[in-house]
Design a protein around this ligand. Structure first.
Ligand code: ADP
Ligand code: MG
Length: 268
């Protein structure tokens, strides 16, 4: 299989929609959390980062989103062609329990990001309606979050994330709080949106099956301090259905390969 050793990858230069980290380390005081990580993500690529709990996955995304103070970071890095800064309009960040505003309808929540960024009302409403349709919520535009299931709320959060029109999506276990069946459905919804909209996705998860089934590449991190132990190209065709892949032997082979790499990263 086509793994590349850590550090041997060429880090893409600063293009819009690309992420380029070269030998990045993060220290919180004496605690080394991320150790010498190099990672290049090309515009439009779907890359997952997997690794054991506490290995620095969320820290890496916070870093890319410009949320870490510069004194905890070493290395060189460009996100969307510029050093990470908070409020970067090229970035949308989605979390596991993406809080929706309880007093806003599904539609009003879906257009919230665009509203904050000053997109004119008719334009953002049109876009939010279209996205709610794409995530399977046609007919629920006027529903409030309390009337929606957890899966439906994450569908709204997906629509809100895509409504930002940011070329880079950072996603931190966005389906981590969902049951297995709902998760498979949402993974397919995300893939179809991604396929259609050509965004760059950096997807953090500890769920190997979701990483392998959705991604172009899976980056495997070791236990803390998080290092890159493997960068596995997922040679499954596109478009993909995550649900259909569950029966595909090629998928299971890649899954077991990534699993082996993850286990290697657990031993000191
Ligand atoms: N702001 C912070 N200050 C101090 N320690 C932190 C901070 N953020 C994360 N950590 C520590 O860094 C380590 C990695 O955390 P995290 O990136 O959340 O891991 P993961 O997302 O892979 O589970 C943990 O030990 C955590 O306690
Ligand atoms: Mg985390």
């Amino acid at each position: 299989m086509n793994d590349r050793a850590p550090h041997s990858m060429s880090v893409t230069s600063g293009r819009r929609g690309s992420v380029a980290l070269a030998r990045v380390s993060v220290n919180f005081g004496q605690l080394l959390v991320v150790d010498d990580v190099s990672l290049g993500v090309a515009p439009g690529e779907f890359v997952s980062i997997v690794g054991p709990s506490g290995c620095g996955k969320t820290t890496l995304l916070n870093f890319a989103a410009g949320l870490l103070p510069s004194d905890v970071i070493r290395g060189s890095y460009l996100v969307g062609g510029a050093p990470p800064v908070s409020g970067n309009r090229d970035i949308a960040y989605m979390l596991a329990r993406d809080a929706l505003c309880p007093w806003r309808t599904a539609l009003e929540n879906a257009e919230l990001g665009a509203e904050i960024r000053g997109v004119p009302p008719p334009e953002r409403r049109q876009r939010a309606l279209e996205l709610l349709d794409k995530v399977g919520l046609k007919g629920f535009e006027d529903a409030y979050p309390k009337a929606l299931s957890q899966g439906m709320r994450q569908r709204v959060a997906l629509a809100r994330t895509f409504s930002l029109d940011a070329p880079i999506l950072l996603m931190d276990e966005p389906f981590g709080a969902l049951d297995a069946q709902t998760k498979l459905q949402l993974e397919d919804v995300l893939l179809s949106l991604w396929q259609r909209e050509q965004r760059t996705v950096v997807f953090v998860t500890h769920d190997l099956s979701e990483a392998v089934s959705m991604s172009d590449r899976v980056v495997v991190m070791s236990a803390r301090p998080g290092r890159v132990v493997a960068d596995v190209r997922i040679t499954l065709g596109r478009p993909r259905s995550v649900r259909a892949l569950q029966k595909d032997p090629a998928y299971h082979e890649l899954y077991s390969h990534v699993w082996t790499k993850l286990e290697e990263g657990l031993s000191p």
